[in-house]
Every structure is written in structure tokens, then in C-alpha cells.
Design a protein around this ligand. Structure first.
Ligand code: COS
Length: 389
């Protein structure tokens, strides 16, 4: 049984505790999903998450959501619990949030009406199209262009590593509109998947399978009312969305780590070695102690970031980066230790810790690799030392 004592921390209220208990019960009944066909599994998971009422947490109350604005602690709790049960369920949930986040935060009322109720209802699958072959970490270097032409924008270029690519109903696409060089010349657009000139040119197979694709835009014309926010605000929209969702990546890593710790505790207690349970060996105990401490330290950083945002902090860039970096790196170590405790069994396909070992790897890369988080954290620390914000 995973540790629940963290739910008594002052970051949470009774609503969060009820949410965690309800989702735990639901997850035990419904997960893990059948992953045989990943696209179909994702579609079913999105529908099931909607039926369970869990997608109410990815949109604001005005569009059927559970809270007036996105409650980051709820998003983190949900990702943590889903990840502990089934990485693909976490993925399906997270993408509905990340790829509707720019609309929730910056969309026009018309865009919100068109997208948010359907995302919440599980009838519209969402994708966030930022990364390019030559611009993932360096967002300001994006090369995809959007040229104004009368009442439309015409998008040309390519995107890659796009989660839900191939099954999404819409993509939030970031492109250069060139109001200024670099970060100040990007804009965001809501592009329906069936728009002429937008093609899925490659599906990418990865170590922990989920829908992932490369997209090509060739003369892809979208009405001007598909612009999200103002021209030139794309970088800010991307970063503000990532501020919210980066903490949730840390939360997913935390869920994977908690599961690995549970599996390792169970294994250490039951596996006999040198005539006694493995847990009696001090080397095993040392490992378990490090794992348990890493889990709690991750939880503190994740829920601190989420709490700060929910309590009105306008930007939680530093807190979110710390949470994402620490929790994903720590989870990798925790899971590696769990595999070690399992010995040969830990690398057998289909054994839970083997699955976690594959699941965790991408989280140290996507939504800002660890190296990017270090840049962000160091900049903030240096700014603060110089007397900035
Ligand atoms: N919220 C709002 N505005 C922000 C912001 C945030 N979190 N972060 C930066 N900005 C603003 C800055 O304030 C700056 O505006 P001013 O010049 O008016 O102050 C502007 O945006 C440019 O910021 P910065 O100078 O930091 O831009 P850089 O190009 O140097 O940014 C990093 C570099 C690495 C921080 C950025 O490109 C990044 O986060 N990259 C990783 C992106 C990512 O997660 N990719 C994965 C793809 S999504 S799966």
C-alpha cells in the first residue's frame, strides 16, 4: 500500500484528500488498461477518464471543470496516482491538460467554447506542438512560420516528438510570426487535425509506447481567429503553460517512484537470501532508506510548486523547474534501485519494475530536459542575487 501520509501535509485541503481517495478507488477498478493497441488504448483511456469525472480537473469551472481555475495540486495528485497504476493513463490525462492549457489560460471565449467542454468530455483529443527537429530546448529558435494572409494565417514547417500526434483532434501549434527576432516573434494557433496542409508524416515508436509523431505543415491555412492570445505572445504562452504542467511531470515521476518503492518493499520483505528475508540485509535497508527519502523530497518539491501556484503566485518558474528536475531524476534512481532489488526478475519484460524503468526515462527529457531546468533555476538564482525578482 503506497504511503498516504503526505496527504496530511498543509499543502492540501479536504477536497484534495477526497479526490485522492476517489481516484485511488477508481484506478484500482479500471487500471491498468489493455495496452495491446496503443492508439485504441489512449482513446479508451481518455473516454474512461472523462466518464470518471477526472477530466473535470483539466478545464476551468466555466467550461464544466471542477475548480474556477486549474488547480495544480489536483492535477499533480491525479498524475501521481494514475502514474502509480498505469503510465499510459497518466499520459492520456496529462495530454488533455497540457494541450488545452494554452486555451484555458489565453484562449478567446469562442476558442474555449469550441475546445474545453469537448476536451473535458473526452470527445476531443488534444496535442501540444512545440518541438521541432532543431528546436526543442531552445524554443526561441523555432523555424515553423505562420504568415498572415488576409483573414488567415498560413503555416509552413515541421514539428516532431508530438505526443498524441496521429490521434489528436487538434494541435496547439507554435510558429514564428516574426513580430521580432527570437522569443518575441512567436505565436500560438489552434489547428484542427483535419486542416488541409497538415500531415502526420511519421509515427515514432519509443521505449514506453504512446502515440508520438512528426507533423508537416505545407501551406496549412487556418482562420485568423485561431490565433491564441496576441501575435508575438507564443513564447510567453508556451512558458506559462509549462509553468503549470512542469510540476505535474514531477508528480508523474513521483507516482512511478512510489510504485517502484512499494514493489521493492514487498520484494525485500518476501525474497529469502542467505537464509533470511532480503530486507534484513543492511545493504537492502540502505537502498530502501535512500528510495523513501527521495520519494518524500520529490513530493515536497512537487506539492510546494503546486501549492504556490494555487495560492496566487503569478509565476512559479523556479519552483516548477526544481520540482520537475528533482522528481524525475530521483525517480530514475529509485526505479533503478528497485530493479536492482528485484535482481534478474527486474529486467524481465512485463514485470512492473521493468516497465517503470522504461516509463521514467522520457520524463527527464520532455517538457524541458533536466539541463533546461538547470538553466532556468540558475538564471532565477542569479537574478535574485542581483536583486531582481
Ligand atoms: N512565463 C511567462 N513569461 C516568461 C516565462 C514564463 N515562465 N519564461 C520566460 N518568459 C518571458 C521572459 O520574461 C522574457 O520576456 P522579457 O524579455 O520581456 O523579460 C521572454 O519570455 C524570453 O525569455 P528568456 O529570455 O528566458 O528566453 P530564452 O530563449 O533564453 O529561454 C529557455 C530559454 C531554455 C528557458 C526556454 O527556451 C525553455 O524553457 N526551453 C525548454 C522548452 C521545453 O520545455 N521544451 C520541451 C518541449 S514541450 S514537450
Amino acid at each position: 500500500m503506497a504511503d498516504r501520509s503526505f496527504l496530511d501535509w498543509p499543502f492540501f485541503d479536504d477536497g484534495h484528500r477526497a479526490l485522492a481517495a476517489g481516484l485511488e478507488e477508481w484506478a484500482r477498478a479500471v487500471l491498468p488498461a489493455d495496452h495491446a493497441d496503443i492508439d485504441a488504448a489512449c482513446r479508451r483511456l481518455v473516454a474512461a477518464l472523462a466518464d470518471g469525472g477526472w477530466l473535470d480537473y483539466v478545464v476551468p469551472a466555466a467550461y464544466g471543470g471542477a475548480h474556477p481555475a486549474l488547480d495544480v495540486r489536483s492535477l499533480c495528485l491525479i498524475r501521481e496516482i494514475l502514474a502509480r497504476h498505469d503510465g499510459l493513463a497518466d499520459f492520456a490525462f496529462a495530454m488533455q491538460g497540457l494541450a488545452s492549457g494554452p486555451i484555458s489560460l489565453f484562449g478567446t471565449p469562442q476558442q474555449k467554447d469550441a475546445v474545453l467542454p469537448a476536451v473535458r468530455g473526452g470527445t476531443r483529443i488534444a496535442a501540444f506542438a512545440l518541438s521541432e527537429a532543431e528546436a526543442g530546448s531552445d524554443v526561441a529558435a523555432l523555424a515553423t512560420t505562420a504568415r498572415r494572409d488576409g483573414d488567415s494565417f498560413v503555416i509552413d514547417g515541421g514539428k516532431t516528438w508530438i505526443s498524441n500526434g496521429g490521434i489528436a483532434d487538434h494541435y496547439v501549434v507554435f510558429a514564428r510570426t516574426a513580430e521580432a527576432p527570437g522569443a518575441k516573434g512567436l505565436s500560438a494557433f489552434l489547428v484542427d487535425a483535419d486542416t488541409a496542409g497538415l500531415d502526420v508524416v511519421e509515427r515514432i515508436a519509443v521505449i514506453a509506447p504512446h502515440p508520438l509523431a512528426t507533423l508537416r505543415f505545407e501551406g496549412c491555412r487556418v482562420p485568423a481567429d485561431r490565433l491564441i492570445g496576441k501575435p508575438g505572445e507564443g513564447f510567453k504562452i508556451a512558458m506559462a503553460t509549462l509553468d503549470v504542467f512542469r510540476s505535474t511531470v514531477g508528480a508523474a515521476a513521483l507516482g512511478f517512484a512510489r510504485r517502484a518503492l512499494d514493489e521493492a518493499l514487498d520484494r525485500a520483505a518476501t525474497r529469502q537470501l542467505f537464509g533470511r528475508p532480503m530486507a534484513a540485509l543492511q545493504m537492502t535497508q540502505a537502498r530502501l532508506a535512500d528510495m523513501a527519502t527521495a520519494v518524500d523530497a520529490s513530493a515536497l518539491l512537487v506539492y510546494r510548486a503546486a501549492w504556490a501556484r494555487d495560492n496566487g503566485a503569478e509565476r512559479i518558474t523556479r519552483e516548477a523547474s526544481m520540482a520537475k528536475m528533482f522528481a524525475t531524476e530521483a525517480a530514475q534512481q529509485v526505479i533503478d534501485s528497485a530493479v536492482q532489488i528485484f535482481g534478474g526478475l527486474g529486467i524481465v519484460s512485463g514485470v512492473k519494475v521493468e516497465e517503470l524503468y522504461r516509463e521514467i526515462r522520457a520524463l527527464r527529457i520532455y517538457e524541458g530536459a533536466t539541463e533546461v531546468q538547470k538553466i532556468v533555476i540558475a538564471r532565477q538564482a542569479l537574478d535574485a542575487a542581483r536583486g531582481g525578482t
